[in-house]
Ligand binder design. Sequence first.
Ligand code: HEM
Ligand SMILES: *[C@@H]1O[C@H](CO)[C@@H](O)[C@H](O)[C@H]1NC(C)=O
Ligand SMILES: *[C@@H]1O[C@H](CO)[C@@H](O)[C@H](O)[C@H]1NC(C)=O
Length: 558
Amino acid sequence: MFAANQLSVVAALAAVTVLFLQWLLFSNNNSKSSNKQNEEFWSRLDTVGIPSGGIIRRARGLIGSLTSMAQNTHEGYNKFCKGQNRPFALPTMWTGKAVVVLPPSQLHLVNRPESELTGFWALIENIQLPYFIPDRDVIENVIHFEVSRKDLTRRNVDRQAAPTAEEVDLAFRELWGDSKTAGEWKMVNGWDMCGAVIARVALRTLVGSPMCRNETLLELTRKFADSLFGAAAVINCTPPFLRPAIGPLLALPAKFYGARCRRIIIPLVKERIRLWQQHQNKDPKQKHGGADENDTELPNDFLQWLIPRCAGHGPEHMDPSKIAMRFLALNTMFVFAMSYVFSSTVIDLCASPDRDEFLSGMEEECRRVLADYHGDGQGGLANKEAVDRLYRVDSAIRESMRVSDVGVVTLPRDVVGDKPLDLGGGVVVPPGTRLVYPTQSIHLDRDYHDDPLRFDAFRFSRPMEKTEQHNDAPGREKARELMVTLTPGFLAFGYGKRACPGRWFVAQTLKQALAYLVMNYEVGLAGPVPKRKTLLNMMIPPTGVKLRFRRKGDEQEK
Ligand code: HEM
Ligand SMILES: *[C@@H]1O[C@H](CO)[C@@H](O)[C@H](O)[C@H]1NC(C)=O
Ligand SMILES: *[C@@H]1O[C@H](CO)[C@@H](O)[C@H](O)[C@H]1NC(C)=O
């Protein structure tokens, strides 16, 4: 992923730099000084990354923000957030001006109602979705949010354990090699190889089998995501006033792949609508479809849950092409995020000086825990209770999400309505301002984590294992920090009442995949791991890292 697009990003950056200078001069002349409140606010706020003074210096700062956002944010965090507890302004091309970075003491604001602070537009603008998915309604209508919140319930996540375990096994055997190839080392691109497994496993929960194994669909969704993220990165580096002009052009390849994906998925959508209608006629009590009912007939996957939700919003939402579009939007976001986390975890583990200790420690845990669940006829990893007990595996993924996070600043919130937002201490934020949290700086702050720059895979599981051994030891209660636990020091799934509702599913599925990997393969680096780079707010994923691995002997399986 991504690598193919990096060249085009660089080329576009050069062009954009020139255009941007013109824009800055232009917009400065035009800026209406009517908005006094706004000007006063920005001028009173501390700023990082942009020297005060002339336009050229300011422009240089903004262009610099394309690649130095991480550095600028850390600087501001240390200078203003820590100690002084003050927000600061971070200039960025994302909004074309600046965003306000809040100190951790303002984390409670994420719980403000949507009518005051909304994260919706920032989320969409992050990947510039409207250029790729032409249907405004699909973008704005939050039916698939509703499905994530209401149908991806604890019980349905539990029920996914068996199918995803099966898919993990099949995908690894097919893609990484089975016992026939045991003992043969292979060299591969780590990002692609980890991502390919996750794409299939995630697709199993989205559309079920056998569609999750359809090579054409897998290939096309990958190409769609690649071209979307590449183009979105370029659009985000472009001055906002130019975006409507170049956005649609840059979006063409993604739209082409998107249309082909939809063509494959539409017949399946029609079939699922038919199943649902048939089911409704049979038993009118089960109006809400397969999600929370005792239902063995309807497939238990995202696509099937989506259909009654769409029907609930009105007949116009039952258009199969529209539902297919929703599937595509969903698939792109979640497969990318899950692949990012899984690939990063595997690479962080392999790149650690303590790799052998971590890998064998996890393998030991997996064999010990799964042995307890062997008798249930499902195979250990298909058992959700077994997966829940894999604390080391859980910790390794959480730790990778901490040190190898996707964004420099996250949890964006726009001040909406016409009331300004009083942050206290004399800072009053005018409407139209975007607020963000310095997630990466927090994740790497020694006040939250000892030895914060070290990837310590068992950082979070060590205290939990101690608690298990000395159940009655006093003061050990607070030690439980699982992958899904939200704390001020770990914001990778968000914080507060709008935190990610998909995180239990993510945790269960990624743990299954990592557990399978450490039990069945020896794995290591086959090349250097370059230092991670920033493009705007995004940490560019390690797409070039080479891994070597081989299947362990069959006698060790299961
Ligand atoms: C590794 C994978 C994932 C990561 C890192 C992740 C991260 C996040 C974060 C940080 C937020 C909060 C955004 C904010 O407060 O501004 C969020 C929200 C959300 N996530 Fe996830 N997510 C992942 C996977 C998923 C999956 C698989 C689903 C659904 C199947 C999902 C569904 C959602 C939804 C619906 C929201 C919006 C919640 C709301 O606004 O009420 N996520 N996610
Ligand atoms: C994928 O699914 C489509 C649509 O159902 C079908 O026509 C095609 O043959 C499938 N391709 C593969 C490789 O399974
Ligand atoms: C669902 O299944 C459970 C356990 O199998 C049973 O006790 C319950 O009565 C069932 N509910 C319905 C609505 O059939």
